[in-house]
Design a protein around this ligand. Sequence first.
Ligand code: AMP
Length: 201
Amino acid sequence: MPTTPSPTPPSFSVCVYCGARPGDEPLFAETARQVGQWIGAHGGQLVYGGGSNGLMGIVADATLAAGGRVVGIIPQALVDKEWAHPHCTELHVVDTMHERKRMMAERADAFIALPGGIGTFEEFFEVWTWRQLGYHNKPVGLLNLNGYYDGLLTFLRSVVKHQFMGEWQMDLIAVDDHAPALLEKLVQSAGLQYNVLSDAL
Ligand code: AMP
């Protein structure tokens, strides 16, 4: 049973982008659970795409179970497919994907991409691009779990080598293979404190 979320305002809000599928390795689901537990156990709030499938549903369930708030933002078209998570603390049903991504970005203090597919990539690249253009100054993290993003990182380094991107743009993202370390870094870079409400971790 989910713990009732604390009535006090969350210490921080993290937007999590991740697969609507669970992937092929148990580590993906275990880490998604760890991310949700970390957010809930540190008095935080999850902002995410509002789905119940794959890693998305696992992060949301784990945040709720650890007493955290979950803000799901989902387009009507996905609700119509019955993909919305039924237990979000707040579920916002919006008309378009663009509205969804804008609201997710507004509600979050920091962003983290877990393993996922093209939906995750698109969301991650958008907030990274927005940051380089100065539309926001919120930290953006990439969880390179078990080398999942090694190929992408190699490609991005070749983009720098070919001078289509500067080192400073790479420096706008935090990359780590350890979820709690990356979450700590992102919350601290956002200038926020995290509470330790539970020793569940
Ligand atoms: P993907 O990485 O391709 O699995 O897409 C996951 C990302 O796209 C999530 O962060 C969501 O915001 C969005 N998305 C894709 N599929 C769904 C779904 N079934 N329900 C809710 N959101 C989804």
